[in-house]
Each structure stands twice: as C-alpha cells, then as structure tokens.
Design a binder for this molecule. Structure first.
Ligand code: ASP
Length: 606
C-alpha cells in the first residue's frame, strides 16, 4: 500500500493520527535547514515539515527533493504553529511530521514551473501529460467527467440507450471534408471517419431502437479556424415518434442535470424560443447573445418615401433600413468609428452611417436629409437620449441584420471594457476575448431555420442543416413549388450566451421526399444510389417518424468550466495546424506500410 490518506483530507480532528501519503513534491522551501514540502496529489495539498532536530537523517534526505519528485511519506498529523495556519488551504491547519520518506521517482528538469500559468502554449502541448497536472486542468477533466456522467445518467433515466456506431464508416455529407482511411484488403477503397453519426442514428431508428444516444467522436478535416479541433465530441441523440417539443424537453432536462451535476447551477427551463427570422431580425444573429439589451429596430416603414437616397433605394430594392442605439457611444473615438466601419464592410455593407447625440444636437452629415416625421419616428422608436449613438444598416435584410448584429456585439464588447476600466480592472485585449456582461446563463432555442442556403461558389442550393432535415409541414407547398429560398426547416439550435451549443432537426422518413430533397440539392440519381442507397432502402422498410439533436460536448464543457478555449477541456488536443505536438503526429510512416496499402506519394513539386 502506497498511502492511506489523500492530500486533501486531513483536518484538526486528525491531529495525532499516523498517516501515509503519496504524491508529487509541489514546492519545497528551506527555512534555515527546516524543509517544508507541499505534497500534492489530485485531491489537493498537504504540508510536510522535515526538522533536523526531530530527524536529522530524514531532513538530510528531504534536502535533495525537487519539484515533481514522487514520494511516499509516513508520519504524524500535527497542529501547525499558531499564526502559521493557511486559511486558503483545506488542510491549512495541520502539517505532517514525517517518520519515513520513500523516494519513488525523481523528476528531471521541468519544462515549465507547474505553479505558474505558462504563456507558451506549444510548450504546454509538447508536455501535455505534465501540463495536465496543473490543478486548473485537472479540475477541467473532472468537470468533463461530471458532464458526461450526468448526460448518461439522465438519458438512461429517460429510457435512452447508448449505442456505439462505427468510426470506420462512409462519407457523410455534413458539409466539411472527410478524413479518409485507406483499405488494405480492398486496395483503392477508403473508409471515411464520421463527421457525425447522422445516418447511423437514423438507421437505428429504422432498426426500432426508438431512443438512442452516444457520446460520439466526430472528425472534420477543416482548416482550423478559431477554436476548432479536427476531432471533437458530440452528445448525439435521436428518438422516434417525437415532435420538436419532445426533443426540446428531453434536452432541457439533460442540460439542467448537467449544470446541476457539474457546477451545482440551477438553470431555468423551459428555454425561451425565437424563430430564425426573429433572432436575426432582432439581434442580427442566429445565435443571439441576449445578455446585451441592445436590439435592432426596423425603420423601413418610416423611410419608405425618404428624401435620403441611400435609405430609400435600399427599400426600393426590396431591402430594409434598421438601426441600433448604442447608449453612451456619442463619444466614440475616430479610431473606434473606423473600426466599426471596417466591420460593417467586412460583412457586406458599403459603409456605416451613424448619428451622435451630443449637447442636444444630432451630429451626422445624413441628418439634413431627414424629414421631421422621420426624425420623430427615430426619436421614439430608438428612445434617443443625450450621449447616444445610432448606427444604421440599409441593405438586403440578411446583410443589414448581419452588419448591425456584428456592430452590436462589438459595441457591447467595448462597453464592457469601459465598465471594467471604470472599476479599475484592466480589460482583456480588445477584440480577442468575449465580454461577460452578466454571469447569467441565457439559454435559448432558435427554431424554423431556412431549409436551404444558396452557395454562390457552387451555384447551387445546399442544405442549411443537412440533407435529411424535413421541411416544415406548412411549407410543403413551397417545397413542391421549388421556392427554395422561402422554405423553413423543422430544425432548431440551442444557444447559450451567444454560442451555439447544439442543433438538430426532424428528419425526412418518407423515401419519396428524401429523393426530392436529394434532387433539389443537385445530387444525380446515380450518386443518390451510390452514396445513400442504404438509407433510401431503409426508409422503404417501415421507417418511423424521427428526429434528434447533437451537442458539442467540448464547447459545452468549456462554457461550464469558464474557459476561453476548448483546448483547455480536451485531454490531448491538437494545435491550430492539427498537430499533436506531444507525439509529433501526423508523422511519416514506414514505406512498407504504404506499399501494403497500395499508396504511392505524389512527387513533391520542386
Ligand atoms: N448530426 C447533426 C450535426 O452534427 C446534428 C443532428 O442533426 O442531430 O450537426
């Protein structure tokens, strides 16, 4: 036996007990020959004090200990000297007076000190097994475990069963590039790693499973933008004979159980619901962060006959005029105004018109074009006050909403930096970290997404969610009439504080409708057979109505753990070039392995 107590257990009532602890030397301090050691295991820290006058031999041995050596210590639990207790430590009232020390292993020179936050992420990733010893990351792994355990327990309680689906599978059209795995036995043929178990879970519904879930690994070969990983984890759910309301209530219950288990947080259910049109129209985003009160106001009716050409022509062309009121923004600097204008242009606007309200005056070159009635409408709809700044978007609905949605987020970010600065805190670097304006957890369903989106690059319609999502029943006539831009899907997302954490849909279960959907997506009858023949055949053998949802587990755990990156909640993540720096993968392979697979590398271009 290496130990009988962990490093976070001993309290005053244990004084006098004989114990054995094992763990890592967290820090050592030498106070004039007396060696203090903070011994660490995954539970916490306990102080061990080697005093030469008590045991000269042991003290001499302890002198050789360095950070991260692995030791076993037996001794007596004693009270700390009055005045030396540490209220920040659970074991801060006691210390161990050792009678035996066993050095189990020595640590080499450390890649970085374990008790500081290392700045160099590559260094952390190269020594990830060491990095993970840090209490924050150790805690994150546990939060993740709590989340998956609560998920399994809750869904099990609701009658869902976990079914594993293949990792060596066939390409699914989830929109990203597949990772391919060559077949040795059938040279020239490839498996694909699943982007999501979408088809398998639908086939499980045809198989009569009725209630399925899986904590599933998914793989997407993308150029890693922002905070993505080539392999990630989903909580994947599918059920038969359900409506969207059934899926909403099971996932609300699951999220409540997760938050309770992981952080003892009571979340409010049921979640509010907004349609896609409402979300984008009011917040300029299909994943609105409603912790910021600012909303987009529609002014199209007020400017329909405007003398201001820019607004009028946007409306004449079938577009809209919208605005937001940025409270207290009349004092924005030229630099900030330029930055916001750049954002507007990036998302498709020609520029960014705004009015500052200063000293009772509306300051902007565009005000002179407005009629009194237009000014009155602006005044009342936007509740304009001294110090405000009004930003306008006049464009196609999608563009005006998106542009103002982006401006809205940036304004909120700048406002929260101001608030922090006013409180004397230094804010995060501008533009990098999202603000947390309130500690509330704002959950929201966004429903009724468009079924299709137009791809100008491919010059065709794509499925906005995926090709198995069904149109809303009310919009079936639009589907028959091929009015693709107007059809709404029975699809929904869950949004938490402006982050999409999950999404799903009701599926097509009628083979004829699925064929029509493939046709609308420009998939030829031959491709339909070769890619989806198994699914179409399954739908012909008594497929029940079904639907489901999937959650990004990494992102969910990140939010629950209060982290800024999913890499902090994944044990062994890849870096932004999809590399595992620890094991140096991807790596070259033995030419023999390639020969076995019938693979020849193309000559590198000189
Ligand atoms: N398979 C979908 C996805 O990964 C989720 C779903 O429709 O259930 O986004």
């Amino acid at each position: 036996m290496y130990r009988d107590t962990d490093c976070n257990s001993l309290r005053k009532i244990d004084i006098g007990k004989q114990v054995t602890l094992a763990g890592w030397v967290h820090v050592t301090r030498d106070h004039g020959g007396v060696i203090f050691i903070d011994l660490r295991d995954r539970e916490g820290l306990t102080q061990v004090v080697f005093r030469p006058e008590e045991n000269a031999e042991l003290a001499r041995e302890a002198h050789s200990l360095r950070s991260e050596d692995v030791i076993e210590v037996s001794g007596r639990v004693a009270a700390r000297l009055p005045g030396t207790e540490n209220a920040n430590l659970a074991t801060g009232d006691i210390e161990i007076i050792p009678s035996r020390l066993r050095i189990l292993n020595r640590a080499d020179t450390l890649p970085f000190p374990i008790d500081a936050e290392p700045q160099n992420e590559d260094l952390r990733m190269t020594h990830r097994y060491f990095d993970l010893r840090r209490p924050r990351l150790a805690r994150n792994l546990r939060v993740r475990h709590r989340v998956t355990k609560a998920t399994r327990d809750y869904l099990d309680g609701q009658g869902y069963i976990e079914v594993e689906t293949p990792v060596l599978s066939k390409s699914t059209p989830e929109g990203a590039r597949d990772f391919l795995v060559p077949s040795r036995i059938m040279p020239g043929k490839f498996y694909a790693l699943p982007q999501a178990p979408q088809q398998y879970k639908q086939l499980l519904m045809v198989a009569g499973v009725e209630k399925y879930f899986q904590i599933a690994k998914c793989f997407r070969d993308e150029d890693l933008r922002a905070d993505r990983q080539p392999e990630f984890t989903q909580i994947d759910i599918e059920a038969s004979f359900v409506t969207p309301d059934d899926i909403f209530s099971v996932t609300e219950g699951m999220l409540a159980a997760i938050f309770k288990a992981a952080r003892n947080i009571e979340i409010k259910t049921p979640f509010d619901r907004l349609t896609y049109r409402e979300a984008v129209g009011r917040f300029g985003s299909d994943k609105p962060d409603r912790r910021f009160r600012i909303e987009l106001v529609d002014l199209s009716d007020d400017f329909r006959a405007s003398g201001f050409k820019v607004f009028r022509s946007a409306i004449d062309a079938g577009g809209v005029v919208k605005a937001i009121n940025a409270k207290g923004f009349a004092g924005i600097t030229i630099g900030q105004a330029d930055e916001l204008t750049e954002i507007a242009k990036l998302y498709g606007a020609k520029g960014l018109a705004f009015i500052k309200i200063e000293n009772g005056e509306w300051k902007s070159p565009i005000v002179k074009f407005f009629s009194e009635a237009e000014k009155t409408a602006l005044q009342s709809k936007l509740r304009i006050e001294e110090g405000d700044c009004i930003f306008f978007g006049a464009d196609k609905w999608e563009v005006a909403c998106e542009v103002l949605g982006r401006i809205r987020l940036r304004v909120a970010e700048i406002q929260s930096l101001h608030r922090k600065a006013a409180k004397g805190q230094s804010g995060p670097p501008v533009g990098r970290t999202r603000p947390v304006a309130s500690s509330d957890w704002d959950f929201l369903w966004v429903t009724d997404f468009p079924l299709f989106e137009w791809s100008p690059e491919e010059n065709k319609w794509n499925a906005m969610h995926h090709p198995f999502t069904r149109p809303k029943v009310e919009d079936m006539p639009l589907f028959e009439a091929k009015k693709f831009s107007e059809i709404r899907a029975e699809a929904y997302d869950v949004v938490l504080n402006g982050v999409e954490i999950g999404g799903g849909s009701m599926r097509i279960y009628e083979p004829e409708l699925q064929e029509k959907m493939f046709e609308a997506l420009g998939i030829s009858p031959e491709d339909r057979q070769s890619q989806f023949g198994h699914l179409l055949r399954a739908l012909r053998l008594g497929a029940p109505p079904h639907g489901g949802i999937a959650f990004g587990l990494d992102r969910l755990v990140m939010l629950i753990a209060g982290e800024q990156s999913i890499r902090e909640v994944i044990a062994f993540p890849k870096n932004n070039r999809s590399m595992d720096l620890m094991s140096s993968s991807p790596a070259n392979v033995d030419p023999r392995q390639l020969r076995d697979l019938g693979i020849k590398l193309a000559e590198e271009k000189k």
